[in-house]
Ligand binder design. Structure first.
Ligand SMILES: [Zn+2]
Length: 63
């Protein structure tokens, strides 16, 4: 696989209202919510990546 201009799909949270969207992180670090060219429903266009560790879910599932 080649890295570089490949976009990465991430979860991103609006920095204003904390709504979470599926988004693409471009090679230069810009986060673009998928299907929301105008940004968040609250009007903000600032997003930050959200990390959701999968092991938290698996631990709860086995409890
Ligand atoms: Zn928002």
């Amino acid at each position: 696989m080649s890295e570089g201009d490949e976009d990465e799909t991430v979860m991103a949270a609006c920095t204003a209202c904390e709504s979470v969207f599926a988004a693409k992180e471009t090679a230069n670090g810009t986060i673009l919510p998928i299907g929301r060219p105008q940004g968040c429903q609250c009007g903000s266009t600032d997003f930050e990546p959200v990390t959701t560790p999968d092991d938290r879910l698996s631990k709860r599932a086995s409890d």
